[in-house]
Design a protein around this ligand. Structure first.
Ligand code: ZN
Ligand code: ZN
Length: 427
């Protein structure tokens, strides 16, 4: 091995030509040759004549040499490296390094596997989403096409009716005209014979009253055109909206479930907290500890979507609750207790109340929150209903029956008095 032969040649360089061992206290003569201090001294002792170099035979005027500190350091190093202890240490060091790298390799492999799984997952989910999006657009196309056919059919029917009416009128007028024509001819004939016939004959000529033809009032073409013009895309889009599923549900609050501090608008779409309890009938369905209220509709299947106006309230909770939640106790809003909710605290802190809570960073403070419940998938998703940007989704949601859930939180004087509202989409 290259390393081994280098080591050997270095050892040779550092070997004394007299004792053939690694230098011990190496010294340098004026001829630049090196020997152990003891070796050269011994050599010179044994010589009878002038001191000389045993290697190049150069003679010197005196027994002079210089101690070579750099070389003795190097020799020490080479000597140490050759020791069993050093070898052992080196081996241990290399073994440790090997083990560390093997461990790191395993770690890299695991990370690579995880990433490959992510790649597979991403491809699979993208495919599923692609399919789902195409299906939803397909449904929209179908609705739009059906709507187009219906609108065109209605137009065709109206045209046909109007044409039939106008054609009928034309036909009746033509009949009237032919009666009139016959009368005209008879009268003209009689007129031309006035000189020849007797007055008696003229009197007996039967002049019938002129024919009358009833037609419909004049057809208003302008009205016909105007009634099918206007903001057509918007008109058709509004008609389409009634077929969209799920469209925002027109929810109302269930006052029987409400904490006594809560007061409602007459139409049960707005709620606010009043700092003191109202006289209300007792009910096992009523929240007695927290200022909570449920929606009056509950769900056990299908997909449902509703929108809640929170405006500039400084705190609130909203989402979905299992119908069976304990309404008499003060419980933490978390999935384990049957709550899947989003909350605002301190005006700007948005949280999903998972365990532990997850802090959300919406693009802008949502003023209207959309809640999407999918009973089959077991998900509750939240959106900023302003631009329908996704805020958070709970998974593994499970209950017999689900209720829309709301908490106005305390009004804190007037700070948080703004009512929470259920938004109804006007069709
Ligand atoms: Zn020597
Ligand atoms: Zn020499």
């Amino acid at each position: 091995m290259a390393g081994g032969s280098q080591d050997r040649s270095l050892r040779e360089e550092l070997t004394c030509a007299i004792c053939c061992e690694l230098f011990s206290e190496p010294v340098m003569l004026d001829c630049m040759h090196h020997f152990c201090k003891a070796c050269i001294q011994g050599y010179w002792e044994s010589c009878t004549h002038v001191p000389s170099c045993p290697q190049c035979r150069r003679e010197f005027p005196s027994r002079a040499f210089r101690t070579h500190y750099l070389l003795s350091g190097l020799v020490e190093k080479v000597r140490r490296c050759g020791s069993a202890e050093h070898r052992h240490k080196m081996q241990k060091h290399l073994e440790d390094a090997l083990q560390a790298r093997q461990k790191e390799m395993e770690n890299f492999l695991q990370r690579k596997c995880a990433m490959q799984e992510d790649i597979c997952g991403l491809t699979k989910v993208s495919g599923e989403l692609n399919f789902k999006i195409r299906a939803e657009f397909g449904r929209l196309h179908q609705i739009l096409e059906e709507e187009e056919r219906a609108v065109l059919a209605e137009l065709g029917e109206k045209e046909e009716q109007s044409l039939a009416r106008l054609h009928g009128d034309v036909h009746r007028l033509e009949e009237g005209m032919s009666v009139l024509q016959r009368d005209i001819e008879r009268i003209e004939q009689t007129l031309s014979k006035m000189e020849e016939v007797s007055l008696l004959e003229v009197e007996s000529l039967d002049i019938r009253p002129s024919v009358r033809v009833e037609t419909q009032p004049a057809f208003n073409l302008e009205h016909y055109r105007d009634s099918r013009s206007g903001p057509l895309q918007y008109i058709f889009w509004r008609q389409m909206l009634q077929f969209i599923c799920p469209a925002p549900a027109p929810l109302t609050f269930d006052p029987e479930s409400a904490h006594p501090n809560l007061v409602f608008s007459r139409d049960l779409t707005a709620v606010t907290e009043r700092n003191r309890a109202q006289p209300v009938p007792t009910s096992p369905r009523r929240f007695r500890q927290c200022v909570n209220v449920l929606g009056s509709q509950s769900f056990d299947s299908g997909q449902h979507y509703w929108e809640v106006w929170v405006g500039s309230k400084t705190k609130w909770d909203l989402g979905v609750a299992a119908e069976t939640v304990d309404r008499g106790a003060k419980v933490k809003l978390c999935p384990e207790n049957g709550y899947w909710t989003l909350r605002l605290r301190n005006r700007t802190e948005y949280w999903a109340t998972t365990t532990p809570w997850v802090r959300l960073t919406p693009r802008q403070p949502p003023r209207k929150v959309g809640v999407f419940l999918d009973c089959q998938e077991g998900t509750v998703a939240f959106f900023d209903a302003g631009d329908m940007s996704h805020l958070f989704t709970f998974h593994q949601v499970s209950a017999e029956r689900y209720c829309p859930f709301f908490s106005t939180c305390f009004s804190d004087g007037r700070d948080n008095i703004e009512p929470m509202r259920l938004c109804h989409l006007a069709l």
